[in-house]
Design a binder for this molecule. Structure first.
Ligand code: GAP
Length: 507
C-alpha cells in the first residue's frame, strides 16, 4: 500500500487544469476515450518536450562519456525471449467472474473479520491511501450486518497474492460485494502483441517494446564498434514504451503507452559498482531538483535484497510524494552483466569488448537509471500547483492559480503584452519584441483583457515572466515592465537584460 501523502492539490483539480488549459486530454475522447492512453495538448507537448530536452542535454550532450541512440519500437521477438520478458514480464491477475472486472492481485486487498477470536467472514478493498481504514470499516459493517456480538479485532490487510486457496472463495469481489466470484491469481503478460507482415500466425508474432532498455543492449556491439567509446560509458535513449497494464490509474502515472528516458552505464566487472550506483542515484536526484522538484517531496527506497531478481545487485527507487501517495518516479538498478550475457547466449554474437585499461576482454556490468517522462510531468504539476489569495487591482482579494514550473521546463518562457490593444504604437513595439524573442524561446503574445487578467492566465500555465510594453517604453528609454510569476514583483528592464536573464535561467 502506498504511504499516505499530504496532498497539496487533489488529482481532480490537476486533471481539470490539464484539460482546461490544454496540457492533457484523454485519447480519442470523441469516441469515449480509451483507458490508459492520453494525448498531450499544445502546452503539454511543450512541457514534455522541455523535460526530454533537459534530460538529453544533461545526460548526453553535456557529457563526454554518454552517447544517445534511437532504436525501433518493434524489435526481433527473440530480444524479448533473451531479456526474459516473454516468460516473466507478468502481473498477477484476478478476475471477477460476475462483473467481468479485472484486478491486479497485488492491488486487491482483503482481511479476515475476526470477532472474539473467531473468523466470521472476509472483506476486500482496492489499494488506496485508505485501504486499511476501508477494510476496518467494511469489517465493522459486516459484523453489524450479521448481528454478531463480541469484540472485533483490528483487520490485518493482505493482498490477493497472499490468499490461501481455501480463502479465495470466501473473499468478496469489490465489484459485487459478494464472495464466490474471484478467481485465483494467474500470470498475465503485459506485452502488447502484434504481427509483422501479411501473415498473422505464430511465426509473425512481435511485441511493442515494454521498455527502451533492450535497444541499448541489442545495439551494444554496434555502438562500441562505431562510437569510439571506452569504459566506463553510457548509452541513452528516449522513447515510447507500451505495457498492457491491468489497472492503469492515477492519470498519467500508470498508463499503457508512455515515454521512458533510460541510460545504460557500462562499467568494468571489477569496478566499484556500489560507488557508481550511488553516484547515479545522486545524479538523478540532483537533476530532478534542477528542473524544479522540491527536495522535500523526494525520498529513496532500497528494494530488499530478497526481492531482487537473481542477477540484480541492488535497486534504489527515487520516490516522489504524489497526491495519491509516495510512489516510484525513477528506478536505478545495478543489473550486473545479465542482459548482455543473455543476448550473447540467444543471438550467438559475442558481447565481450576489449578494455584498454585492464588489457582484458570482458562483458561489462551495467548501472541503469530508468525514468518515465510522464511521471516527471505529473510530479512537476503536483509540486508546482498552488492556489493563493492575492490583492486584485481594486485592492480586494482574489484567488490566483499558479503553476510554479522551473523556467527550464515551463511551456511558455515569456508572455509579451502591449498595455493597451487600441494603441498601435504599443502593439507594434510589443509584436517586434515578441518576434525577436520567439527566434530563441517559446513565447506568447497577448493583447486581450485587463493586464491583471492576462497575468492570471499566464500564472495558471506556469509562465515565469510577463513583459508589458507601455508608453514609457516608447517615450523614454525603451525599458518595459518585467513581472515575475512567483513573487509577482515588477521591475523595469531593457531588452538586453531580458535576453541575459533568459540565457541564465533557460538552459
Ligand atoms: N528498463 C527498466 C525499466 O523499464 P521500470 O521500473 O519497469 O524499469 C522504469 O520502468 C520507469 O518507467 C519507472 O520508474 C516509471 O517512471 C516509468 N514507468 C514504468 N511503467 C510505467 C507506466 N505504466 N506508465 C508510466 N510510466 C511508467
Amino acid at each position: 500500500m502506498p504511504d499516505p501523502a499530504s496532498p497539496e492539490v487533489s488529482m481532480e483539480t490537476l486533471v481539470a487544469l490539464c484539460k482546461r488549459r490544454g496540457f492533457i486530454f484523454p485519447s480519442s475522447e470523441i469516441y469515449g476515450g480509451i483507458n490508459g492512453f492520453f494525448d498531450f495538448g499544445p502546452l503539454g507537448a511543450e512541457l514534455k518536450k522541455n523535460i526530454r530536452d533537459c534530460w538529453w542535454d544533461d545526460m548526453v550532450r553535456r557529457r563526454d562519456d554518454i552517447v544517445g541512440i534511437e532504436t525501433s519500437i518493434i524489435m526481433h521477438p527473440k530480444v524479448w525471449e533473451a531479456s526474459g520478458h516473454v516468460a516473466g514480464f507478468t502481473d498477477p491477475l484476478v478476475d471477477c467472474k460476475v462483473s467481468k472486472q479485472r484486478y491486479r492481485a497485488d492491488q486487491l486487498f482483503f482481511a479476515q473479520v475476526v470477532v472474539d477470536g473467531q473468523v466470521v467472514g472476509y472483506v476486500s478493498a482496492l489499494e488506496s491511501e485508505r485501504t486499511a481504514e476501508e477494510l476496518q470499516e467494511a469489517a465493522e459493517s459486516l459484523k453489524r450486518k450479521k448481528a454478531i456480538q463480541g469484540k472485533l479485532a483490528p483487520v490485518e490487510p493482505r493482498d490477493m497474492t497472499e490468499a490461501k486457496p481455501e480463502e479465495i472463495a470466501l473473499i468478496p469481489s469489490p465489484a459485487t460485494g459478494e464472495p464466490g466470484s474471484l478467481t485465483p491469481p494467474r500470470s498475465f503478460n503485459m506485452m502488447f502483441q502484434t504481427n509483422v507482415g501479411a501473415m498473422s500466425d505464430a511465426s509473425s508474432v512481435a511485441y511493442l517494446r515494454p521498455e527502451t532498455a533492450q535497444g541499448m543492449f541489442a545495439d551494444f556491439k554496434a555502438v562500441v564498434d562505431t562510437g569510439r567509446v571506452k569504459l566506463p560509458f553510457g548509452i541513452a535513449q528516449i522513447g515510447r514504451s507500451f505495457r498492457n497494464e491491468i489497472t492503469p490509474r492515477n492519470f498519467i502515472f500508470r498508463s499503457r503507452e508512455f515515454e521512458q528516458m533510460e541510460m545504460e552505464y557500462f562499467i568494468h566487472e571489477d569496478a566499484d559498482w556500489e560507488k557508481c550506483h550511488r553516484g547515479w542515484i545522486d545524479w538523478c536526484r540532483d537533476w530532478l531538483v534542477s528542473i524544479g522538484l522540491p527536495l522535500s517531496h523526494i525520498s529513496e527506497y532500497n528494494h530488499p535484497r530478497e526481492k531482487l531478481a537473481f542477477y540484480s545487485r541492488g535497486t534504489t527507487d527515487i520516490m516522489f510524494r504524489y497526491p495519491f501517495g509516495v510512489q516510484e518516479l525513477w528506478g536505478i538498478a545495478a543489473r550486473g552483466n545479465y542482459d548482455l550475457m543473455q543476448h550473447e547466449k540467444h543471438s550467438g554474437v559475442p558481447q565481450a569488448i576489449f578494455d584498454e585499461a585492464s588489457r582484458k576482454k570482458i562483458v561489462p556490468h551495467v548501472i541503469e537509471p530508468a525514468v518515465g517522462v510522464d511521471r516527471i510531468f505529473l510530479a512537476v504539476l503536483c509540486a508546482g500547483y498552488a492556489e493563493e489569495d492575492v490583492k486584485d487591482e481594486k485592492g480586494g482579494v482574489e484567488k490566483r492559480t499558479v503553476l510554479r514550473l522551473s523556467p527550464r521546463i515551463a511551456p511558455v518562457k515569456v508572455a509579451v503584452f502591449p498595455l493597451l490593444k487600441n494603441k498601435p504604437e504599443l502593439v507594434v513595439r510589443a509584436q517586434e519584441l515578441h518576434g525577436r524573442l520567439k527566434k530563441r524561446y517559446a513565447v506568447f503574445y497577448d493583447e486581450s483583457g485587463a493586464i491583471g487578467r492576462r497575468y492570471r492566465r499566464q500564472d495558471e500555465i506556469g509562465t515565469p515572466w510577463c513583459v508589458t510594453i507601455d508608453f514609457d517604453t516608447i517615450e523614454k528609454d525603451g525599458t518595459f515592465t518585467l513581472r515575475e510569476r512567483d513573487s509577482m514583483q515588477q521591475k523595469r528592464i531593457g531588452e538586453a537584460e531580458l535576453f541575459a536573464l533568459l540565457e541564465e535561467k533557460v538552459f
